[in-house]
Design a protein around this ligand. Structure first.
Ligand SMILES: *Cc1c(COP(=O)(O)O)cnc(C)c1O
Length: 430
């Protein structure tokens, strides 16, 4: 099946007389006829459902759909994108271990790797998203357990050189974990470029309508945990789960089964069936929506580049972008619908004008200010007034979040209406 067909038919297929729509299995628990059936369930937890902290039929259908979209072997939903990354990391690392991480990633993930994981004894070394194989290899230590990057970084919009990161990781016997939130599998399938584990904040384009917070971890099924020699927890008996050996008992889905039977069992961060139902519906239109997000963003980015009030536009699809070569290679159908641009002060000062950026946003009518991206509605944010408001202009320039920087998430409206709203707000600038 093609990707847009999988988005509709993947996961749940109704049998004779069953509902056309994915049923919401709002049930904490499951019925079994015999003690033998329950015993069988404990021996083969991959075959059926035990308790909705660990798995649920509605969630399972969505997991199968997402795994199919990414070209993976299995997936597990989580309550947020942050939890997807946390589980992916802690399924591989424990106290005393180390990660090599691209420095251009989501702010929440930077915080996870640089503040919270160190409290649990897991350290990280940050490298450039354009690091060479040798630079990545130099950061890898004997206790390193994974390499991590983001396909298209939120909000910097840098593109990860996935193949280089995958090769460096594999040569050291390590898996590459990739956050593919911004492009979604509709625009990039990192497993095809060598990534082993994929995480998503489904809150963004997968939901796409600003309704539910969620996450997912996808296992490519390709990483050879036994051959690596770095992962005894995958190849030796798990005494907390009656001696299961994940690689022996689950083969290609060892990573997800270990994540489910250890992390999900102990942490309990599984979404309710109602959220999975909503995600299933929104995923049906994901490829179609991404096409429109990209078309709108390409048009708006090119239009912004021509505006005299704008100093610079950052969007990897633009030929002027320093990441254009990587975007052409990994994201030929577009990178996402998010653009950033710098509103100038009219004097060419580096970083533009904080006041004029704020004035532009306040002049918008249809486009709303939100601390969110990847919505069907076009939305904007001025980092200097919000997420970075404690910083001085000098600190903002140093952080790359210029005082005049605006983040614009192009929605699904008619692009003429998006441009008209921007135009009237630019014209009104003093
Ligand atoms: C939003 C986001 C996250 C965090 O996801 P939540 O669902 O908000 O927990 C992680 N990575 C990226 C790229 C994001 O945009």
């Amino acid at each position: 099946m093609h990707l847009d067909t999988t988005a509709i038919h993947g996961g749940y297929q109704a049998k004779n007389g069953e509902p056309r729509c994915l049923p919401i299995a709002l049930s904490t628990t499951y019925h079994y006829d015999t003690t033998d059936a329950v015993a069988e369930l404990f021996d083969h937890p991959e075959l059926n459902h035990m308790y909705s902290r660990i798995s649920n039929p509605t969630c399972a259908a969505v997991e199968q759909k997402i795994a199919a979209l990414e070209g993976g072997a299995a997936a597990m939903l989580t309550t947020s994108g942050q939890m997807a990354t946390f589980i992916a990391v802690t399924n591989l690392c424990h106290a005393g271990d180390h990660c090599v991480v691209s420095s251009s990633i989501y702010g929440g993930t930077i915080n996870l790797f640089s503040v919270t994981l160190p409290k649990l004894g897991i350290e990280s070394t940050f490298v450039s998203p354009r690091a060479t194989k040798e630079e990545i290899a130099a950061a890898i230590r004997p206790n390193t357990k994974l390499v991590f990057g983001e396909t298209v970084a939120n909000p910097a919009l840098t593109v990860l050189d996935i193949e280089t990161f995958a090769t460096a990781a594999h040569e050291a016997g390590l898996p590459l974990v990739v956050d593919n939130t911004f492009p979604t599998p509709a625009l990039c399938r990192p497993i095809e470029w060598g990534a082993d584990i994929i995480v998503h904040s489904t809150t963004k384009y997968m939901d796409g309508h600003a309704m539910t917070v969620g996450g997912v971890v996808v296992d490519s099924g390709r990483f050879d945990w036994a051959a690596s020699g770095r992962f005894p927890e995958f190849t030796e008996p798990d005494e907390s789960y009656h001696g299961t050996v994940y690689t022996r008992d689950y083969g290609k889905i060892a990573f997800i089964m270990k994540a489910r039977m250890q992390m999900m069992r102990d942490l309990g961060v599984y979404p309710p069936a109602t959220n999975a139902f909503i995600l299933n519906e929104t995923l049906e239109t994901l490829p179609l929506r991404m096409e429109r997000h990209v078309a709108n963003a390409r048009r708006v980015a090119a239009w912004l580049e021509d505006r005299p009030e704008v100093d610079s536009v950052n969007f990897p699809d633009l030929p002027s972008s320093p990441d254009h070569d990587l975007a052409e290679k990994y994201l030929p159908d577009g990178c996402c619908g998010v653009i950033s641009f710098v509103v100038g002060d009219g004097k060419g000062t580096q970083g533009g004008s904080r006041d004029r950026a704020a004035q532009l946003l306040d002049g918008l009518h249809m486009i709303s200010q939100e601390v969110h991206v990847a919505d069907s509605q076009t939305c904007v944010l001025h980092p200097a007034s919000s997420t970075h408001r404690q910083l001085t202009d000098e600190q903002l320039v140093a952080a790359g979040a210029w005082p005049g920087l605006v983040r614009l998430s192009c929605g699904l409206e008619n692009v003429e209406d998006i441009l008209a709203d921007l135009e009237q707000a630019f014209v009104a600038l003093a």
